[in-house]
Design a protein around this ligand. Structure first.
Ligand SMILES: [Zn+2]
Length: 150
């Protein structure tokens, strides 16, 4: 088995922030942004409720944005320190701009999107306040790209 790209990055001392890497898949150039909410292995992780709620909120805002067609995937890291945002045809600066546009939109939401039983696989594990708090704390990290892991 191969060591996959994200395991080749030294996670020690990694600060919260937005980290980028470029990959080509089937001839298509993709830009993956690691939205690192918490420093790895430092004792504070997203709760499942926070991760799940941020996924619902930010996925909805990203899919509702003018750059919706450029968003390939958004979802939580299994280690619960952040999220992956895979994009197509955007620069790192455009991704940061998109986050600075969409996170404040999430903070204006008065309910968690897709929170009905028929819309979600674990609809009881959602909390608007928890999701908003995690996003609000992360927003200042979207001012500029982080560099260390690359
Ligand atoms: Zn869900």
């Amino acid at each position: 088995m191969k060591t996959i790209a994200s395991f080749s990055v030294d996670h020690r001392g990694m600060e919260p922030g937005v980290y980028f890497r470029e990959d080509v898949r089937a001839g298509v150039p993709l830009l993956t942004a690691d939205l690192r909410f918490f420093r790895p292995n430092a004792g504070r992780y997203l709760t499942t409720t926070e991760a799940h709620t941020v996924e619902h909120m930010l996925a909805t805002a990203l899919r509702s944005s003018a750059k919706s067609d450029n968003v390939v995937y958004f979802g939580p890291m299994g280690c619960r320190t952040g999220f992956y945002l895979v994009t197509l045809g955007l620069s790192p600066e455009e991704v940061l701009s998109l986050l600075r546009e969409t996170i404040p939109q999430c903070l204006q939401m008065d309910e968690v999107p897709g929170a009905a039983e028929e819309q979600c696989g674990n609809y009881r594990d959602l909390c608007l306040a928890d999701g908003a708090e995690a996003l609000k704390a992360f927003l200042p990290r979207c001012e500029k790209r982080a560099y260390k892991p690359l």
